[in-house]
Design a protein around this ligand. Structure first.
Ligand SMILES: NC(=O)c1ccc[n+]([C@@H]2O[C@H](COP(=O)([O-])OP(=O)(O)OC[C@H]3O[C@@H](n4cnc5c(N)ncnc54)[C@H](O)[C@@H]3O)[C@@H](O)[C@H]2O)c1
Ligand SMILES: [Zn+2]
Length: 236
């Protein structure tokens, strides 16, 4: 029975159970599906704003990677969602769960498309680890990670600037950070090197070719470094 927005739209679905260790986020875990998940929108009435905002980062992620109509719905309903209008929230949560469930049913063990759910998480996890899981909430860290990933996709010529600007504007509208915390590219890259998704020095980065269309693109950590350095300096 998930009681945070983040747990209702993300952690409660898909059977990924993992624990954090000093070496990195979620490095130790197993797949274990629940028999039932019971989501009650009304419990969110008492959820602190900062936790609500953090959950919105995962909600926006679904729109960005695979559901542009949902992304547009979120853009149109910022004030109703922020006011936690129950009817709109029910739609938001249902649509998020449906998106996650479709991905997980097609690829439970993350052999392929489930990895698209990691959009923003490669750098986001580095930000979280640097803050030793204390300074930043998961949702806040991945919001900044998604802004970087969309900016990187534009820099590499995969999409136009409007993708990053619309994504950043939507995070901003929900009070999520879009500028990275103070840190150096080396600090981030050292942590990214420990990521589960790194194979032979390459990260399978989730990039966007448009809002609602994500794809995996292997990039070496060295190839990311100049863009990351620019992102961290321009944005600070
Ligand atoms: N397995 C996955 O796929 C997955 C995905 C995302 C996050 N996670 C993990 O989930 C954990 C974070 O869980 P979370 O974001 O649900 O936060 P949480 O369970 O830590 O709760 C956050 C805070 O809100 C309070 N709270 C919770 N529900 C409330 C309510 N209805 N009313 C008032 N207060 C309430 C809690 O007491 C706590 O202080 C992290 O460890 C993260 O790594 C897992
Ligand atoms: Zn997440």
């Amino acid at each position: 029975m998930p009681t945070t927005l983040l747990a209702q739209v993300d952690s409660s679905i898909g059977g990924k159970t993992a624990v954090n260790s000093p070496r990195g986020k979620n490095l130790i875990g197993t797949f274990y599906q629940p028999k039932h998940v019971l989501v009650d929108v009304e419990v969110l009435a008492t959820l602190p704003d900062v936790e609500f905002r953090a959950g919105m980062a995962e909600v926006i992620k679904y729109g960005a990677i695979r559901d542009v109509a949902f992304f547009e719905f979120l853009e149109k309903h910022v004030s109703d969602i922020s006011a936690r209008n129950t009817d709109v929230l029910e739609q938001v949560i249902f649509r998020s769960c449906a998106n996650k469930a479709q991905v997980v049913m097609a690829d439970e063990r993350e052999q392929g498309q489930r990895a698209l759910l990691n959009f923003g998480h490669t750098l986001g996890h580095a930000f979280e680890t640097l803050g030793e899981y204390a300074g930043l909430r998961h949702g806040e860290a991945i919001a900044m990670g998604m802004v970087f990933a969309s900016w990187l996709a534009c820099t590499l010529g995969f999409c136009d600037d409007s993708v990053e600007s619309r994504l950043a504007a939507l995070f901003d509208a929900f009070g999520l950070p879009t500028r990275p915390p103070e840190c150096t590219p080396k600090e981030c890259l050292n942590i990214m090197a420990l990521d589960k998704k790194v194979r032979r020095g390459k990260v399978r980065f989730v990039l966007l070719e448009a809002l609602g269309r994500a794809f995996l693109h292997p990039l070496s950590l060295e190839a990311i470094e100049p863009s990351l350095a620019e992102f961290l300096s321009v944005r600070c």
